[in-house]
Design a protein around this ligand. Sequence first.
Ligand SMILES: CC(C)(COP(=O)(O)OP(=O)(O)OC[C@H]1O[C@@H](n2cnc3c(N)ncnc32)[C@H](O)[C@@H]1OP(=O)(O)O)[C@@H](O)C(=O)NCCC(=O)NCCS
Length: 198
Amino acid sequence: MAELVECATLEMWYARNSIRGSNPLVSAVNNNDMPKITIRYPLVKDAKRLLEIFNNPNFIYINISAKSVADEIRWIKARPQKRKDNHEWNYAIIYGDKIIGSIGIKINQEQKFIGEIGYYVDEKYWGKGIAAQAVKLAEQEGFKKLGLSRIEIIMCLENKASEKVAIKNNYKKEGRMKKAIIDKHGVKWDAWLYAKVL
Ligand SMILES: CC(C)(COP(=O)(O)OP(=O)(O)OC[C@H]1O[C@@H](n2cnc3c(N)ncnc32)[C@H](O)[C@@H]1OP(=O)(O)O)[C@@H](O)C(=O)NCCC(=O)NCCS
């Protein structure tokens, strides 16, 4: 982070560290009983598959707005600028040659050392530790490349699977946020705030 502050802009920091414009492919350590996954920036060709994954009525506690492939392509095409502006860093989660989910880090624009991780995984792959591994990979990006020193994960109280993902990654519960998450029907839910700090 100190090095980041010394540079006039995030772009300069990336230029110095030669990572700007590259598409990181970050791999999880495979510990035999878990599928090995990687994460990389989303590409236009991923749009249909990502839409198919999150257009799932069982995705209750998450609000994703793309209604069509065209919407999703627009969203994907906006990602390079979001990265350039250090607003959001999104990644597709890859297993073998399949896209099985997505994970992102949203940078707090008032305090750029804070990021929030959010994720979703194809229901067919739930319960295999995929989201937990993806959080590890995204967290490496956040702490090592983006200069974060605090990462938050916020989930509805009812979203036990998401809470477990945070706990498995040693995030600590900091408190309850009243009506902090709005779902796709406009209903606001109380949420747990979990965080990890360096
Ligand atoms: C939340 C989500 C990403 C988890 O993905 P996943 O790959 O299944 O997560 P993991 O396998 O790493 O961990 C899930 C854990 O929750 C547990 N779990 C699942 N449902 C549970 C429930 N109702 N109560 C308690 N634990 C539950 C699983 O058993 C697993 O724990 P284990 O590894 O100890 O067995 C996935 O359910 C999802 O995409 N949900 C819809 C989108 C969403 O809610 N995203 C999060 C927004 S905050």
